[in-house]
Design a binder for this molecule. Structure first.
Ligand code: SF4
Length: 638
């Protein structure tokens, strides 16, 4: 009997068109906890035989989609699923002169977490993880219907012809088609960008939930895989159903109480969702201290004209927000809402964009709320990760204004939403030279632009590109004034710029300043987040997962007994294993220590005027960080 888990993994070889369903390994489910941790282990077993994987778009890349023990249980927020692979964006395979001592990196392990229904439906269909290898010789899709996993030919209806090329339709059209075919099912699919191997293409689940970062859509495209549809009705088995029910009620009350407490950040989520960070980062509203770190003009600044900001503030997005539209099994926190624009060129219905998306488009000086809403809708349809797209576009706007993209016919400029939308479509459909250039990982892009202007232009070109040297793209907090956040960005296992593995802003605003304290805070955050992802929970889950009630609840669900210490040990194990895998892909201290030149230039206004990333201090933090992690001073896991 499997408790919590289904206990079945499907091994899918697209090259041989074979599916093998095998029992899960209970030891791995215990030691690596679930979703993200288990997937890291299964990726490591594969990569350890063939490393380095030099081309993430080759058939040798493995992509795993699945769930955790808590998924589909009534634990609040237990609807977050996992997807892991070697990312396409985080690579720098050729030598580059602008990084001292450059060492090639071939793509980092990327774990993406998505909400919605898909992962819970996959579990209802009887499978915990789909482990997908190889490349199909013709376009296929996978269906998991009540325990039966099949690779089938992708129907012609899933494709369209664009400028003479056959590519997949928009995500909603694919999902509509498969939902009609399998009533009550749930689908995750690549969109046109993934099909066209755009390095920051995402996967879209349930219309607007995404495995966003790192290029999961491109991995689907590289495997000739259009979509996965799941349907099933099986409920969970509980190790101790009575006790589970009792403890879950108590835990549910705790989560509810945190949402009702106006001093807790959770209290803002049901109304403003993640967008409350817009005001928090800009002017310190919502429990903030000073603000002044909302990225502006390609990370040059963290503050700008407050009247301009008011057009794209927390309140501005509240005005177009509609009803809650939340992940399956979410309770109380309810961060997502629908949104609607009634008139004008961007009229339509969709969902309210998230903070990171809006922040990174404000970084392109886009303040037109309706245009941001519409672009968010388009990204979901075309399968483009909104965050990396924002970073790439901010760089492209600066390159374009400085004359480096003339050859590509670029008319991009800061603040011009309509040109940005045109470019988004050109990237996704790969219809012009500019779209083809910007859809590539950054070091390939830089090499191509430098070839047009000669080596003397390298410094100016690199200055515009914050995603250089295999960067994923910085998130929506300008890190110039926050060395802890810069360390979190710099050491994240899924690549430079990722914000989800550690989050230091509150602590730094609260006075955390010493190098060792910052290093320790980041390392602890990373291990904790590895656990949240591995448990299938949301970042916004408010209860302490290492507390006695939660551990008892987990035991009542699965029969697995953790102590606070043994669970934390699992978090560290997962984080170090991911890092070890990245070491195999070429990552060491040189990658972590790279500071995009732009981030060394001090902010010129706002609460943090005069502050910038300090190389010496950052290196002191890195020394402490590696020591705390038990890695070598070169960032290698022994
Ligand atoms: S809080 Fe938001 S992201 Fe988290 S589970 Fe609920 S709706 Fe999904």
């Amino acid at each position: 009997m499997n408790f919590g888990y289904r206990g079945k993994w499907a091994w899918i070889d697209l090259s041989k068109r074979k599916v093998r369903i095998e029992p899960a390994d209970p030891g791995l489910c215990r030691d690596y906890v679930g979703g993200r941790g288990l997937q890291a282990r299964l990726l490591w077993e594969h990569l350890n035989k063939i490393y380095p994987l030099k081309d993430p778009l080759s058939p040798e890349n493995r992509i795993i989609i699945g769930n955790a023990a808590a998924n589909d249980s009534p634990i609040p927020t237990a609807g977050r699923g996992s997807c892991s692979f070697i990312g396409t964006m985080t690579r720098s395979p050729e030598p580059v002169s602008w990084v001292p001592g450059h060492r090639p990196v071939y793509g980092m392990i990327t774990h993406s977490s998505a909400g919605g229904l898909f992962h819970n439906m996959l579990k209802r269909s009887g499978i915990d993880h789909l482990i997908i290898d190889g490349r199909a010789d013709r376009p296929v899709r996978i269906q998991v219907i009540e325990g039966d996993v099949q690779i089938v030919e992708a129907e012609e209806s899933l494709f369209q012809t664009v400028e003479g090329r056959k590519i997949v339709r928009k995500a909603s059209e694919i999902t509509d088609y498969l939902s009609r075919k399998f009533k009550g099912s749930s689908t995750v699919c690549a969109g046109p960008a993934g099909w066209n191997l755009v390095d920051f293409a995402c996967l879209t689940a349930d219309y607007h939930r995404n495995f966003g970062r790192g290029g999961a859509g491109a991995i689907f495209g590289s495997k000739n895989l259009v979509a996965i549809t799941a349907y099933g009705k099986e409920g969970l088995f509980y190790y101790d159903p009575e006790n589970f029910k009792k403890i879950n009620q108590e835990l549910d009350s705790l989560v509810k109480a945190s949402v009702e407490d106006p001093n807790q950040t959770a209290s803002f989520r049901p109304t403003t969702g993640t967008t409350w960070w817009l005001d928090r980062a800009f002017n310190g509203r919502y429990l903030g201290v000073k603000g002044g770190y909302l990225p502006w003009h390609n990370f040059d600044e963290g503050y700008f004209d407050p009247d301009d900001f008011s057009r794209a503030s927390t309140d501005a997005f509240l005005e177009i927000a509609g009803k809650h539209n939340v992940c399956n099994k979410c309770r109380h926190i309810f961060c997502t809402r629908t949104a609607k624009v009634d008139e004008g060129p961007y009229a339509g219905k969709g969902v309210r964009p998230e903070f990171e998306t809006i922040a990174l488009w404000i970084n392109c000086c886009i303040l037109d709320r309706e245009a941001i809403f519409h672009m968010n809708y388009l990204c979901n349809e075309l399968g483009v990760d909104t965050m990396t797209f924002g970073s790439v576009m901010a760089s492209a706007m600066e390159l374009s204004e400085k004359g480096f993209l003339e050859k590509y016919g670029s008319a991009l400029k800061f603040g011009d939403a309509s040109e940005m939308i045109k470019t988004l479509k050109a990237i996704a459909y790969q219809t012009n030279d500019l779209g083809k250039l910007l859809g590539k990982y950054t070091d390939r892009l830089i090499a191509e632009v430098v070839a047009n202007f000669g080596p003397e232009a390298i410094d100016d070109i690199v200055f515009c590109s914050t995603t250089s040297y295999g960067g994923l793209g910085y998130a929506g907090i300008n890190p110039k004034a926050f060395p802890g956040m810069f360390t979190a960005y710099g050491t994240s296992n899924r690549g430079r710029g990722d914000h989800t593995y550690a989050w230091t802003i509150q602590a730094e605003e609260g006075g955390l300043k010493q190098a060792r304290d910052l290093a320790s805070y980041v390392a602890e955050g990373q291990a904790g987040k590895a656990l949240v992802d591995s448990l299938g929970l949301c970042d916004f889950f408010t209860a302490d997962i290492a507390s006695e009630p939660f551990l008892s609840l987990y035991q009542a669900l699965t029969g697995i007994e953790y102590t606070p210490e043994s669970l934390k040990e699992c978090g560290k194990r997962i984080y170090s294993l991911e890092r070890r895998l990245n070491n195999l892909q070429g990552r060491n201290r040189i990658y972590d220590a790279f500071i995009p030149p732009k981030l060394r230039i001090p902010l010129s206004s706002g609460a943090h005027k005069g502050e910038a990333v300090n190389e010496d201090f950052y290196n002191t933090i890195l020394d402490a960080y590696y020591e705390i992690q038990g890695w070598t001073r070169h960032g290698i896991v022994p």
